[in-house]
Design a protein around this ligand. Structure first.
Ligand SMILES: [Zn+2]
Length: 251
């Protein structure tokens, strides 16, 4: 079994016994990996800090049959401010979970790692509306893993859609015009304003989206549509989403 070096972000971490911790990692070159950090909970751990979710690190890992072992870890960015702000933590957690649940073990999409790095850096700074950033992240991740949302033309008749009420065809991966959507089994009504915002979130870069401010309603609608869109191809439910929506509704 080989030893390898990778840049990685901790997606999830949980304790194993008295001293060890299991990490779920997205790596720059090998996709999703699970690894054990032995002795990390001891006071004099060689890792020099707890490897919490959001932590970006340079790691040396030893490949195992089921689980790799962290041999060495140097923290590049701890993203501590994300753990200190409840809203940022929550929206960030939803991003980490989205990455973990949309990849299979060892499936490697290098741009996904880069997208997560950029988005977490932005989320840590000044963000007008973290819900919009999360909605955009969901749509961009869908596109990167091969489910690019088709939002310009009706999926069924090909007609260009502008300024009208449509439906999201949740099995088809895009929008359907009013007349084509009546027979669809799984659909979600989308207002012209929501569609226009979804297009911007898909196409604009994250730094631009971080400066965007929309009404509470518009931003929640975009997030729900993005959630429903990605849920249609993720076969596992995502736990943080309900908490995110509950948080938005409580404000
Ligand atoms: Zn149509």
């Amino acid at each position: 079994m080989a030893t390898y070096k990778e840049e990685a972000i901790v997606l999830r971490a949980y304790d194993l016994g008295e001293a060890d911790r299991i990490l779920s990692l997205i790596t720059a070159g090998r996709g999703l990996r699970r690894a054990v950090a032995k002795g990390i909970k001891r006071t004099r751990s060689k890792f020099g800090g707890r490897l919490e979710p959001f932590t970006r690190l340079h790691a040396v890992l030893h490949e195992g049959r089921n689980l790799d072992t962290v041999v060495q870890a140097e923290i590049v960015r701890s993203h501590a401010p994300l753990r200190a702000d409840f809203a940022k933590f929550l929206f960030g957690e939803a991003m980490l979970e989205m990455i973990e649940k949309s990849l299979h073990e060892d499936q490697n999409i290098p741009r996904l790692f880069d997208a997560l790095c950029v988005t977490l850096d932005i989320l840590e700074g000044d963000v007008e509306d973290p819900a919009l950033l999360l909605a955009a992240f969901e749509l961009k991740v869908c596109a990167l893993i091969g489910y690019h949302p088709r939002l310009d033309r009706c999926l069924h008749c090909g007609r260009k859609i502008e300024g009208e009420r449509v439906c999201m065809d949740l099995c088809g991966g895009g929008i359907a015009c009013d007349s084509c959507s009546s027979s669809l089994e799984s659909r979600l009504a989308v207002s012209p304003e929501n569609l226009s915002l979804m297009r911007s979130l898909l196409n604009e870069d994250m730094a631009t989206i971080a400066k965007r401010g929309e009404s509470h309603r518009a931003s929640r609608d975009a997030l729900v549509t993005a959630f429903r869109f990605s849920e249609s191809f993720l076969d596992r439910p995502l736990k943080t989403r309900q908490v995110v929506l509950h948080y938005l509704d409580s404000r």
